[in-house]
Write a protein that binds this ligand. Structure first.
Ligand code: PDD
Length: 284
């Protein structure tokens, strides 16, 4: 089946969908993106995703090429043009096309592309036995709240993880606080409380992160957003979240077991709550 993409006003077969080589996304990674899940035609938190895209654009002085309402309509349109049930929609906005120069030409029109893929499912093995990870000193840039397409550090981190036979690399700040993964947010259970790094310039405000915190609070768990370390006393579980993985327990980091080395009750409960919410969305 040929997938249909959207590029600057046109719907095209994916193989014919191209961007000019002088697009600043290509030359400078001068752009931002979103990855949105769609279950049976219903989008997960579409508006918050588009608002986060707008935040990313605003922070780097790109005007969204259309209104959020028009973009919402475009997302629905591209979904309908592709015959996928559960899908992952990718939106990318770049500053646009101009002869290569660091200086920004203010007359440039931003580029907008949308593509779609089938939504991946996490392997049963990862759900049953938990994922594994390494830690790396954070060598990304200082504005990780902006969902920038400049993902070289994340690509390198993920590649190090894969080459060491684990699933994810978690970034540590200079003091050793656990921030997030290359493409995931990170949580711990410490003395029974659900802990995650607060929203600041060091982490992305994940859509799944938000859902998990909401579900945890609704289940009367104590949620604390504070800097934390993997070697804190009382740590019993870790878990990671993203649009593409929902929530996965993380049972081994840097070769050391977290808690008893198996998925724990909090990860199990929260994953179930998240899956219930996703199932309800699919059946809307
Ligand atoms: N990445 N942190 C980082 C650095 C990420 O790249 C992502 C998502 C997340 C989780 O955000 P969300 O819950 O909104 O998916 C956290 C996407 C999926 C990607 O780059 O493919």
């Amino acid at each position: 089946m040929q997938l249909i993409a959207y590029v600057n006003g046109n719907f095209l077969p994916l193989d014919e969908a191209t961007i000019h080589i002088e697009d600043r996304g290509f030359q400078f990674a001068d752009g931002v993106y979103e990855v949105i899940a769609c279950l049976g035609g219903n989008f997960l938190d579409l508006r918050p995703h588009l608002e986060r895209l707008n935040h990313s654009c605003r922070e780097i002085d790109i005007d969204l090429p259309c209104s959020i309402v028009d973009l919402e309509a475009l997302v629905h349109q591209i979904y309908l043009k592709n015959q996928l049930d559960d899908a992952m929609i990718y939106i990318q906005v770049t500053r646009g096309r101009a002869p290569r120069s660091h200086v920004i030409d203010p007359s440039m029109q931003p580029s907008l592309i949308l593509t779609l893929r089938a939504l991946p499912e996490p392997s049963d093995e990862k759900v049953e036995h938990g994922a594994t990870a390494i830690t790396l000193r954070d060598f990304r840039w200082g504005r990780c709240d902006i969902k920038s397409i400049a993902l070289l550090a994340s690509v390198m981190g993920k590649q190090q993880a894969v080459s060491r036979g684990v699933d994810e690399a978690f970034w540590l700040d200079d003091e050793g606080h656990a921030l997030e993964g290359c493409a995931t947010n990170l949580f711990a259970v410490i003395d029974g409380q659900l802990i995650t790094h607060p929203l600041d310039h060091h982490v992305l405000g994940g859509i799944m992160r938000e859902m998990i915190l909401r579900q945890a609070k609704a289940s009367d768990m104590t949620v604390v957003e504070r800097p934390w370390k993997l070697n804190e006393a009382g740590i019993s579980e870790c878990m990671m979240s993203s649009t593409t993985n929902a929530l996965l327990p993380v049972c081994q980091i840097d070769g050391k077991a977290i808690g008893n080395g198996s998925p724990g009750p909090v990860a199990h409960q929260l994953r179930q709550l998240v899956l219930n919410e996703l199932e309800a969305l699919r059946n809307q």
